[in-house]
Design a protein around this ligand. Sequence first.
Ligand code: FPP
Length: 241
Amino acid sequence: MNTPQHVAIIMDGNGRWAERRGQTRTTGHRKGVEAVREAVRSAGELGVKYLTLFAFSSENWRRPEDEVNDLMGLLKFFIRRDLAELHREKVRVRIIGDRRTLKPDILSLLTEAEDLTRANDALELIIAFNYGGRDDITRAARLLAAKAARGEIDPGSISEDSISSSMDTAGIPDPDLIIRTSGEQRISNFLIWQAAYSEFVFLECLWPDFNRAAFEDALREYGNRNRRFGSVAERDLALGS
Ligand code: FPP
């Protein structure tokens, strides 16, 4: 099977999963963390090299304060509980998103996870936290503008490559496949620059129900797609059409 090198996931539906069971949204997010573990394990087993998970968007601050605190708490809980095992399994952890507005305790945990696992190479787990695609592009633009103002670069030399390497995802290949759960079909400001040629698979299952079988379904669907990157299909090239 044609396995995508980089899979990115919009983990949606924790709230609905809980509501359907008459439970709190917090319970839904907690179940969501179990699905995160399953996704990381499955990615490694299925031969995916980069897995990006959208854990908290720049827009999620608009949620009630208690829910924001819950989501922060769950990320801390996940890092504290799972970091040693991720390291044992040779997973490299990387964080994308705006770090400047994060509280010092969460920032130091995230940095610790990145530092500890920097040399690992079995799987790269990229956690998008306080992440927004437009914000990522805006920060890259500021960085390049500042370099130009200092005379370090010529504005005319700014290229797609120099923008890519000024973004949080510098050095990470663009996602081949973006999965969104819960039946919603939107990108919601996730990796909008990097998704230029990504395939999208929308799954009906809610995030807490995501498991290896759902992951395999998405990879199977990806395997049936014909990626052309603006060119024509290889089959058509061979036929000379
Ligand atoms: C969407 O469900 C999910 C989120 C906004 C957060 C996802 C976070 C986790 C799974 C836990 C922490 C992450 C890691 C990496 C440990 P929703 O609340 O929008 O669901 P709804 O659309 O049904 O209300």
